[in-house]
Design a protein around this ligand. Structure first.
Ligand SMILES: *[C@@H]1O[C@H](CO)[C@@H](O)[C@H](O)[C@H]1NC(C)=O
Ligand SMILES: *[C@@H]1O[C@H](CO)[C@@H](O)[C@H](O)[C@H]1NC(C)=O
Ligand SMILES: *[C@@H]1O[C@H](CO)[C@@H](O)[C@H](O)[C@H]1NC(C)=O
Length: 180
């Protein structure tokens, strides 16, 4: 017993437009995210999400989880990198103070993002929003610390990492808010 051809045809299109082909959802999600925050880069959003294989078959909530998880991975890497920098003898005392601040900020961000994954998974989107916002603030607070201390400028080694973290957190927030 075969279903009529038209039904197969219809199912194919329903699948096509509702999550069967995640690429379209990634593009759409990134486009919407950039609209909510002018500081976001569409290409950054696209390449970040597309790098995770699962993202191609994820729904919006899945993309949100992937995005928060990417933010957490980023924060973890940066946290380790700061520890490494702090072990370098040639780093000045000024920079060291800044780096220790950043280390604290990123350690807290990792905890916030872990909680955000839990909360977003169990539909506590309001809490997830607050936790991801806190992680986003960590990146700007860390970077601002270096800006204030010009003596450290040649050794402000975290600018790209802070920017990446900011972007990933902002994408996560945009998706959390889209899910509602
Ligand atoms: C967005 O970028 C503008 C200018 O580049 C800056 O003044 C503003 O503070 C940024 N907003 C956020 C939330 O970082
Ligand atoms: C988060 O990312 C890590 C490292 O890429 C991966 O091992 C883990 O399965 C991911 N967790 C979720 C919830 O996606
Ligand atoms: C942070 O995430 C971005 C986008 O996924 C990636 O390009 C970058 O290499 C990551 N940085 C670290 C330190 O993990």
């Amino acid at each position: 017993m075969c279903p009529p051809f038209s039904l197969i045809f219809l199912s194919f299109f329903v699948l096509l437009f509702h999550g069967g082909f995640g690429v379209d959802l990634i593009e759409e999600t990134c486009r919407k995210s950039v609209q909510t925050d002018p500081n976001l880069s569409y290409n950054f959003c696209l390449t970040s999400l597309q790098a995770v294989p699962k993202s191609h078959t994820s729904d919006l909530k899945g993309l949100g989880l992937i995005s928060i998880n990417l933010t957490k991975t980023n924060a973890t890497h940066t946290n380790l990198y700061i520890k490494k920098l702090l072990n370098q003898k040639q780093i000045s005392q000024y920079c060291k103070i800044r780096l220790i601040d950043c280390l604290d900020l990123y350690s807290d961000a990792i905890i916030s993002l872990k909680n955000a994954i839990k909360d977003f998974t169990s539909r506590h989107n309001f809490e997830a929003n607050i936790e991801v916002s806190a992680a986003m603030d960590a990146s700007t607070t860390c970077e601002d610390g270096f800006d204030e201390m010009k003596k450290c400028s040649e050794a402000s080694p975290l600018t790209k990492r802070n920017n990446d973290m900011f972007q990933l957190a902002a994408i996560s927030l945009a998706i959390i808010n889209m899910v509602g």
